[in-house]
Design a protein around this ligand. Sequence first.
Ligand code: F6R
Length: 618
Amino acid sequence: MCGIIAYTGAEPATPILVSGLRTLEYRGYDSAGIGVQNGSCRITVTRALGVDQLAEAVAGGTSNDGVEPTVGIAHTRWATHGGVTISNAHPHTSADGRVAVVHNGIVENYLDLRVELSDAGYRFGSETDSEVIAHLIARCLKSGESLASAVRGAAGRIRGASSFVATSADEPGVIVGVRLGNAGGIVVGIGDGFHLLASDVLAILPHTDRVIYLRSGEVVTISSAAAGFTDLNGATLERRPFKTGRSFEAAAKGEHPHFMAKEIAEQPEAASSAMRRRVDFENGTVDLPEVPYSDDEIRSFDRIIVTGMGTSLHAGMYGAQMIEALTGIPTQAENASEFRYRSTSLNDRTLVISVTQSGETVDTLAAMESASAAGAKQIALVEAEDTQATLMADGTLYLRAGQEIGVASTKTMICSLTVLYQLAVYLGIRRGALSPDRARELVSDLSRLPGLIAEMIDDGGDCRRLAVERLKDRRHLLYLGRGALQPMAMEGALKMKEIAYIHAEGYAAGEMKHGAIALISEDMPTIALVPQGALYDKMVGNINEVKARGGEVIALATRGDEVMPGLADEVLWLPEAPEWIVPLLSLVPMQQLAYHTSVALGLDPDKPRNLAKSVTVE
Ligand code: F6R
């Protein structure tokens, strides 16, 4: 949440910062701002309600002195404390305007600090928690400290997970960044004669691919010539850059109107990539060397928890069902934000599997922390490289979806499910709970996944029509599923809520009679996941109940189903597919329904209101 970019070098800083903000906009787009050191050692700050407005405001240059600034910091905001206003936009400055700060995270003790600083004569210009940092730094600088030392001093006073970056007019060319806890990270870009800091490596890639990820409790000081690292006490740290595996081209929309459309279309390739070198299709096995446990350890597990938030939690719910079915180990999916505060009797025979595409979600990281404290074993499923989640886990299974920019997760969800499928088979084999024949069957089923998804994407036209004819003018929708399709129903509803702003409930179909059925009317369509399988008849029963009450039904059914066309108002066809593969396929039409509904409503599916891609605050 919130995007930070900073540059120091010889090139004009403003265009580099603005284009970095455009890349980081998915992290927050409430407002944006830029602060550059100009020729006469002052900091010129420009702020606006969005990156486009900011770009316009700085188009004429940000220097008053005819000298193009080459050092600056910038920010795109996802509001936490204080409304969406220019005065709450970052950078925040000290009263004398000589220090500017951009911040990601929450200063939990900001009210106390605000009182303390106000009593000491510091005047506040915003309602944010972040502004205290600028004043804390200015106070340390007054006593003659260097900017790096002042940043460490400020870092020592604030509570909560935060990353911030500061620059001071008194140290031309210098920018200092710090990471505290599990708030969004800071990546350092190492160039020839320049350095950058950013919340995401993508904003650095147009300039250099040599990077260092800042760890919690580390401080970095960059100038055009050097990048130096210390801990919070000022002790020097050795950090070496490495060549990132990320590519900037992946972050372009290409021929697609939105990133979400592109990312839906990329799912066949993403699913293949999540299996590459892990699944042995010839011998029908799965090998996951990233899971660093011996057979004895795997046999000792007596409980598995799969945790995550939002879409990743829905993936985890599917994973928990499959893992329990294939290993016989009691397995539950847990909402990380609840799990972290609940008393859970974990121990070293518990395996915790955390699903987090960003590797940054603060609740998931906190759940991982409490699992570590209890001595549990930990595996993380992550898309982003070198994140805090990876540092905490015993092993990381990378999703390999490729950069996802659309705020609504699509291809990372498919990859999370694909990897959880593999993990279930792998643990089943290693535990001796899965016969080689059944494992071969499951692997062969998995091999069909990319082709089946591709088929579904080609069939997308009906979703556009249904979005326009049946969904866009509705205020409420119900999504029903059973078994492993229940979390998919919840995911379908989440997609519709987040990008089309239509209230949607994902429900276990069997639960409907216990309350939600009261809502059924001709104004509330139901999307029913009713593929062939063990629970088909039960779902048909639920659909009949909806129809009997005048409800409209859009069924997702298996091609060849002769009952559904006579029963449901509309049918979206799923290809015939094995039990554990069908849930993944069901996602595709639900993603497309949400996408086309959002577009039909004139909304931007890539940038839903109030949301950001990485949720680094509680
Ligand atoms: C919804 C969505 C979110 C994320 C959730 C967790 O489309 O993307 O619900 O799934 O914020 O994010 P990660 O996976 O980064 O931990």
